[in-house]
Design a protein around this ligand. Structure first.
Ligand code: C2O
Length: 549
């Protein structure tokens, strides 16, 4: 295994998209940020130096951070942010993981411009469990605002209303030709005929699940959230923010000079303002160098058909196809017994208007969101530090409820009172607790799927369904054999998911909706996993350069 050093200089850079030039926060002046590549077993040392006025922190989304919670990155959870002029070295080892993940800023809405691919290759000499690709191509989806995203969220939080939606979706930072003033900012992927390509697809968008498709081509899904899956073919993919998918693309044997659209646009189930525009890139066939049959000279531009904006039936069918490989080499270690069961409601709600003007949320209130009716409030210091240095009493309460405070019929008429409670509460778990968590969407204030992301763990998605979860009937149908293992799962609008994980990683682990606006509104909470008895079951001491608040 190797030690790999990276330097991330957080600095401003002028970037132009859609004919708008603006100064954005970047890593090393790049947008999207640099690609990090490592191998399973490698140690990564990434020095982040902050040259901008904003506080910053970086999260390595999906990295388990075994014993190294200090390097996880969510601001005010595992660390205080890195202030102007300061630096911090994220120091962690990639243990037992390989695949496609990504990194992103984890404070306010800075991840709108501060993000990039994180590619973990298998150990040297270890092959993929699928056809060796001729080439690998990372494609990271994002959003572009002509306005400053920090101003967008600040305004939404002040007025209590919904935020302005972005102006474009992007692939590798490029909106593509279907937007005005954007044709020159189009992602082009050049391919040779008759080869196999591995596309590493990452949804880093702030607020949208996305469908993705390439005209006239079938994609074979081989991995999700850096876990190998049973391969299956599909024309279209669905990815929630925070999810990654690896697909094999077999190029056709005889398409010299042909070009095909690759497009993505949102999947939304609810009402409200959304942007239904389409980001497009181009798959471009190179003519085979030896060929004499360059008959198709004419440019062919095929557009794929994407499912309708609210095609929940497609979404359900697609997610049901995702299964762990679950073979001898890559077993699915699904916890078979459960020590602790939790039932969390996730959804929107309201808070009283905080300022003197009328708020723009429902009935003059402010939009809020909650888990079990608690809208999580981040403290002014970091939760992990408070825990480690024994200042927990002043910072958080260890009594996050295991069940909803105000149960109701979640898929019937919503309650009249949609107010949420506010608090900084954690669930405390002894080391190695086997957890089963059912997350139920509440469908208050419009229906929307919630991509819940858990830091520090992968979990198995053992069940999902529509309507209210029935604890007497539904567990009988749980898949404990080959469920998908991942770090982000969509809680379906008007439905529920059940996950299982083993709490074998000591630290404070954030769990939140990866729709950034829902995180801002409070759809987040934390798990505190205590140290085990053995030395390799304890959180390591904090590094000397850990930022202070
Ligand atoms: Cu990718 Cu806490 O997030």
């Amino acid at each position: 295994a190797a030690t790999r050093h990276y330097k991330f200089h957080i600095k401003l850079q002028n970037v132009t998209r859609l004919c708008h030039t603006k100064s954005i926060v970047t890593v090393n002046g790049q947008f999207p940020g640099p690609r990090i590549v490592g191998r399973e077993g490698d140690q990564l040392l990434i020095k982040v130096v902050n040259h901008v006025q904003n506080n910053i922190s970086i999260h390595w989304h999906g990295i388990r951070q075994l014993q190294t919670g200090w390097a996880d990155g969510p601001a005010y959870v595992t660390q205080c942010p890195i202030q102007t002029g300061q630096s911090y070295v994220y120091n962690f080892t990639i243990i037992g993981q390989r695949g496609t993940l990504f990194w992103h800023a984890h404070i306010s809405w800075l991840r709108s411009t501060v993000y990039g691919p994180l590619v973990i290759l298998p150990k040297l000499g270890v092959p993929y469990p699928f056809t060796k690709p001729y080439k690998e191509v990372p494609i990271i989806f994002g959003e572009w605002w002509n306005a400053d995203p920090e101003a967008v969220i600040a305004q939404a939080m002040h007025t209590g209303g919904g935020p302005n939606v972005s102006d474009a979706y992007t692939m590798n930072g490029l909106p593509g030709p279907l937007y005005n003033c954007s044709a020159k900012d189009t992602l082009k992927v050049k391919v040779k005929p008759g080869k196999t390509y591995l596309l590493r697809l990452i949804n880093a968008a702030l607020n949208d699940e996305l469908f993705f498709s390439i005209a006239n081509h079938t994609l074979q899904v081989v991995e999700a959230d850096a876990i190998y899956v049973k391969p299956f073919e599909t024309e279209t993919l669905l990815m929630a923010p925070g999810q990654t998918t690896n697909v094999l693309l077999k190029t056709k044997p005889h398409f010299p000079n042909a070009t095909f659209f690759m497009t993505a646009r949102p999947y939304v189930t609810g009402l409200g303002t959304f942007d239904n525009s389409t980001v497009a890139g181009i798959l471009e066939y190179e003519p085979p160098s030896h060929s004499t049959s360059l008959s198709i000279k004419k440019l062919q531009l095929f557009k794929p058909l994407l499912p309708a904006l609210n095609d929940t039936s497609f979404a359900t069918k697609f997610t049901n196809k995702l299964r762990s490989l679950a073979n001898a080499q890559f077993p699915a270690n699904v916890p078979q017994k459960v020590d602790k069961r939790f039932f969390f409601t996730v959804g929107l709600g309201t808070n009283p208007c905080q300022n003197n003007q009328t708020c723009q949320g429902p009935n003059g209130t402010m939009f809020a969101a909650s888990v079990n009716n608690i809208s999580f409030a981040l403290p002014n210091t970091a939760l992990l530090q408070a825990h480690y240095f024994g200042q927990s009493n002043e910072v958080y309460a260890p009594d996050f409820p295991s069940n909803p405070i105000f149960p109701f019929n979640y898929t019937g008429t919503p309650p009249n009172n949609t107010m949420v409670g506010n608090g900084t509460k954690l669930v405390v778990l002894p080391f190695n607790t086997s957890v089963e968590l059912v997350m139920q969407d509440t469908s208050i204030l419009g229906a929307e799927s919630h991509p819940l992301h858990l830091h520090g763990f992968n979990f198995f998605v053992v069940g999902q369904g529509f309507g209210n979860f029935d604890p007497n009937k539904d567990p009988a149908n749980f898949n404990l054999v080959d469920p998908i293992e991942r770090n982000t799962v969509g809680v379906p609008s008007g439905g529920w998911v059940a996950i299982r994980f083993l709490a074998d990683n000591p630290g404070v682990w954030f769990m939140h909706c990866h729709l950034e606006i829902h995180t801002s509104w409070g759809l987040k909470m934390g798990w505190l996993v205590l140290d085990g008895k053995l030395p390799n079951q304890k959180l390591l001491p904090p590094p000397a350069d850990l930022p202070k608040c």
